[in-house]
Ligand binder design. Structure first.
Ligand code: NAP
Length: 260
């Protein structure tokens, strides 16, 4: 139990596919703290899974929204306005790159795969923030999920590493523009976690083991630890922090190598 009270606060979590999703780990912490939470999902395929997950939580609602569709985003934020009136916390937990773009060489990235990865994984943060802006009151906060392949080369991460670099830079630009309204924008850089999105990364299993071995804590961070960091950054506990990339990876990114 975390001693923070979010009763009366509202949140929108975008990008929960199942119980392993980092978005769900974050939502659980917001719900435990008393926030009312709405969820969006990309396609009908995920609807029943999300209904099962949210079923036991009062005050939750779900709505379909492809984050690359302006029409879907307009409808989603109309629903947020209808349900909540305003919004305190926004969680962007969305990422995608075509598997082919992560199997070959970065050099061979096609323009189509580049555009898809950038559009889904980076631009959606900008368009979602723009749609949310009229509903965000002073003290509200946005968080998205990134990965260290934005800063250093991680084999096979390829165009997704470039998209995460764009997401982190977008976070800084958004933070600079929304700061005057008292709105904060931050990124959580999570270590490897076993989720559906991670499964599409070639060699993920071996990367997962190597990150754990290299980390000062001798393990990988957990989804629950991502949830705890999100709760800190979204809530008033993180009130002085904006435009930042905060790591939760058991320290793995500080290491260049570890000797036996
Ligand atoms: P996940 O459970 O598969 O969540 C990714 C979500 O993004 C899914 O719900 C997916 O929906 C959604 N999505 C993809 N394209 C979308 C679109 N156009 N519109 C709306 N939603 C869309 O995997 P996750 O690992 O929790 O990923 C969440 C975030 O964490 C991603 O940004 C990921 O890059 C980041 N992250 C993950 C790790 C890791 O190791 N797992 C580490 C660092 C950062 P569909 O299932 O319908 O495609």
């Amino acid at each position: 139990m975390i001693g923070i009270d979010l009763n009366g606060k509202t949140a929108l979590v975008m990008g929960v596919a199942n119980a392993r999703s980092l978005g769900w780990a974050i939502a659980q912490k917001l719900l435990e703290a008393g926030a009312r939470v709405g969820f969006s999902y990309q396609g009908e395929r995920l609807k029943s899974e999300l209904e099962k997950l949210t079923g036991g939580h009062s005050g939750t609602w779900i709505q379909q929204a492809d984050a690359t569709s302006e029409d879907d985003l307009s409808a989603l934020f109309a629903k947020v306005k209808e349900e909540f009136g305003q919004l305190d916390y926004l969680v962007h937990s969305i990422g995608f790159a075509p598997r082919e773009a992560m199997e070959g060489r970065f050099l061979d990235t096609t323009p189509q795969d580049w555009n898809t990865a950038m559009s889904v994984s980076a631009y959606t943060l900008v368009s979602i923030a723009r749609h949310a802006e009229p509903l965000l009151r002073e003290g509200s906060s946005i968080v998205s999920l990134t990965y260290h392949a934005s800063q250093q080369v991680v084999p096979k991460y390829n165009v997704m590493g470039v998209a995460k670099a764009a997401l982190e830079a977008s976070t800084r630009y958004l933070a600079s523009e929304l700061g005057a309204a008292g709105v904060r924008v931050n990124c959580i850089s999570a270590g490897p976690m076993r989720t559906i999105a991670a499964r599409s990364i070639p060699g993920f299993g071996s990367m997962y083991d190597k990150a754990a071995a290299a980390a000062p804590l001798g393990r990988n961070a957990t989804a629950e630890e991502v949830g705890k960091l999100a709760l800190f950054l979204l809530s008033d506990l993180g009130s002085g922090i904006t435009g930042e990339v905060v790591y939760v990876d058991a320290g793995a990114h500080i290491m260049t190598m570890k000797l036996d």
